[in-house]
Design a protein around this ligand. Structure first.
Ligand SMILES: *Cc1c(COP(=O)(O)O)cnc(C)c1O
Length: 393
């Protein structure tokens, strides 16, 4: 059994993919060929966003937006400690200081009831108000932006995030690397649910994945879109002045081949999203028999992409042993994530302490992600849950 079975999807659409690849081979425009614009148009349609820009990866997408906003030294950017490292990394690389805010243990997303406290703590340099990194206590940082993450595809609490952002004049960058295809509420698709900009990733294991690295930036702001377009071409002045580099950028473009592959996959994407809803519902129904296991919630309004189906094992469970037993039964499981970003070596310089984010500590010691993809069968799910229960009791 595969954790994410890309082979089953490929068998279904191999012809479409091969035909897309053959077309690219024929026209030979490997960089920014027509497939990139076609994909961008399709993704705009899907999200109703005004602009979509195909870029080199989800990480590059984050970098480009922060670069375009001029985020840098002296700035404070608020985010969740429970995410893939790229979220915090993109902030820190600009020279800005990431300010982590604890999570809601049920949704795994940033706890928005703590957000304002953290902003106030930065403004008053008062770590008694909310745990701060060393740098925020030593010098007056300027709150600039919030980077919420739709972790595991579950929409972050945009109502409160946008309200708080408005109050403190902060920009909001939605890291929807796991969230493309989800909805915050009806008619409010992730990647276009009110934030200044949003990013996603086409890493193969994401809900919409290509066969390599890829990503996209979404925004309704014309100027930001034009700037990010220039930045993905090393900061060129414009398409007519390709060698006039009026600012620094990077090589941030999405490959034509990957865009072609994504176009083939996009044809069945909505169907796959529906299948993911069913798979999640089956897991939740099966797990309801074991009340000590906490299932991830389904959003009450909107829709999760179920990029991961992540449960919380009963307190005190020997998780390594459970994973070992499942592995011997042929079932791969994954820990998303073993620790909060604030405890990663790369962020040691922030001098956060282990007690700063109690919900993250609690959750990271118990989480376990089960195999999750649109093609998993009910029989497989029954086997997975049966094996899990056997391992636990
Ligand atoms: C995958 C991921 C990224 C980075 O995307 P890449 O395409 O791998 O660079 C960023 N943020 C989150 C939350 C992710 O899951």
């Amino acid at each position: 059994m595969q954790f994410i079975d890309l082979k089953r999807q490929q068998e279904r659409i191999l012809q479409k993919i091969e035909s897309r690849i053959a077309t690219v081979f024929k026209h030979g425009q490997y960089i920014m060929g027509p497939e990139v614009a076609e994909l961008e148009e399709n993704l705009c349609q899907y999200t109703q966003a005004k602009h979509c820009l195909g870029v080199a990866s989800g990480s590059t997408a984050l970098d480009l937006v922060l670069m375009a906003w001029g985020i840098g030294p002296g700035d404070a950017v608020f985010t969740t400690p429970l995410s893939f490292i790229a979220t915090g990394e993109s902030i820190a690389k600009t020279g800005a200081i990431p300010i982590f805010v604890d999570i809601n243990h049920s949704t795994f997303n940033l706890d928005t009831s703590l957000l304002e406290k953290a902003i106030q703590a930065v403004l008053t340099q008062n770590a008694a108000l909310y745990p701060l990194p060393l740098q925020a206590i030593e010098k007056q940082l300027k709150p600039k932006a919030i980077v919420p993450v739709d972790l595991f595809g579950y929409p972050a609490d945009y109502h409160t995030i946008l309200h708080t952002a408005n109050k403190y004049q902060l920009k909001v960058l939605e890291d929807a690397a796991q969230g493309f295809g989800g909805f915050y509420e009806e008619n409010s698709p992730l990647c276009n649910c009110g934030c200044t900009a949003a990013t996603t990733s086409f890493f193969p294991a994401k809900p919409l994945g290509c066969y390599g690295d890829g990503g996209a930036v979404f925004t309704n702001n014309d100027e930001l879109a034009a700037l990010i377009d220039a930045l993905r071409y090393h900061g060129r002045a414009d398409a007519q002045n390709k060698n006039d580099n009026i600012r620094l950028g990077c090589n941030g473009r999405l490959d034509t081949l990957q865009a072609g592959i994504l176009l083939a996959k996009l044809e069945i994407f909505e169907e796959e999203m529906q299948a993911r809803q069913n798979v999640a519902a089956v897991y939740t129904a099966l797990l309801a028999e074991v009340p000590e296991i906490i299932s991830p919630p389904a959003p009450s309004k909107g829709r999760s992409t179920w990029a991961q189906y992540t449960i919380q094992l009963p307190e005190g469970t020997n998780r390594a042993l459970v994973m070992e037993q499942m592995k011997s039964a042929g079932i791969p499981t994954v820990i998303n994530y073993p620790k909060g970003m604030h405890r990663q070596g790369a962020f040691a310089y922030l001098k956060y302490s282990e007690q700063d984010f109690p919900q993250v500590e609690k959750v990271t010691s118990r989480v376990l992600s089960l195999p999750m993809h649109p093609y998993i069968t009910q029989a497989e799910q029954e086997y997975i849950v049966g094996t899990l229960v056997h391992a636990l009791y």
